[in-house]
Design a protein around this ligand. Structure first.
Ligand code: PGA
Length: 256
């Protein structure tokens, strides 16, 4: 049985004060849903304050990115060792970072390795563009992203990896892949690729989230799918009530 994982990716939203106020309100409301792993991903600046508020709770903190080197002449970047002790998870490979920051599969693979070497857990985002989707290239493209991101990772490493399938055309657009389509890519492409690479045990225990315009209204559609183990949520994670609804629905859907 895979523990569902719901992560709120706040992107470039909320000041430090707003982030801290938000988790103070959120924490008691999420406390009952212990069968769901609950994660917030604030901006780098807000991470220390948010981590302090959540330190004696079971709500986890994630960063939204990392560099792969520990230190050096990389203006503006934050390294895995700087995140140690403050976060448990780090989102890497988000399509916005691939598109706007020019991140490549090779960089994402280096980030995954660096995080795992520091005891941090990557949430690796993959997903195809609308053009690729319409050209029938989803399986080949997403499968390729998965292989590239995991290159050189061991089966033991995989116990600390989460993958998020986020079709680019569904992020922040209000358009979303149907639960069935998302489940087919997650099960039929991503989990299948991991099965080819690592075998049944790793494939059957790996948690794979769906992301892209997830909200309380469509959460049950995704969470009732057998291969979808949670959600990576942007917009709907920015309000306390909708974040709580997402987690409650995940707990109900997964029978916990
Ligand atoms: P969205 O973002 O829920 O606002 O579509 C999801 C994401 O980019 O992780």
């Amino acid at each position: 049985m895979r523990t569902p994982i719901i992560a709120g990716n706040w992107k470039m939203h909320k000041t430090v004060t707003e982030s801290i106020d938000f988790v103070k309100q959120l924490e008691p409301k999420l406390a009952p849903y212990q069968t769901v792993e609950r994660v917030v991903a604030p901006t780098f600046l807000a991470i220390p304050g948010v981590s302090e508020v959540l330190k004696n709770t079971d709500i986890k903190v994630s960063a939204q990115n990392t560099h792969w080197e520990n230190q050096g002449a990389y203006t503006s970047q934050i390294s895995p060792s700087m995140l140690q002790g403050l976060v448990e998870f780090v989102i890497i490979g988000h399509s916005e970072c691939r598109a706007y920051l020019g991140e490549t599969d090779d960089m994402i693979n280096k980030k995954a390795k660096a995080l795992l070497a520091h005891g941090l857990k990557p949430i690796i985002a993959v997903g195809e563009s609308l053009e690729q989707n319409e050209a029938g290239q989803t399986e080949a493209f997403v499968g390729g992203q998965v292989r590239a991101a995991l290159d050189g990772l061991s089966a033991e490493d995989m116990a600390n990896v989460v993958i998020a399938y986020e079709p680019i055309w569904a992020i922040g657009t209000g358009k979303n892949a149907s639960g069935e389509i998302a489940n087919n890519i997650i099960g039929g492409t991503i989990r299948k690729t991991v099965r080819q690479l690592y075998g049944d045990t790793v494939a059957d225990t790996l948690r794979i989230q769906y992301g892209g315009s997830v909200k309380p209204e469509n959460m049950m559609e995704y969470m009732s799918q057998p291969d979808i183990d949670g959600a990576l949520v942007g917009g709907a994670s920015l309000k306390v009530d909708s974040f709580v609804d997402l987690v409650r629905i995940a707990a109900e859907a997964k029978g916990n």
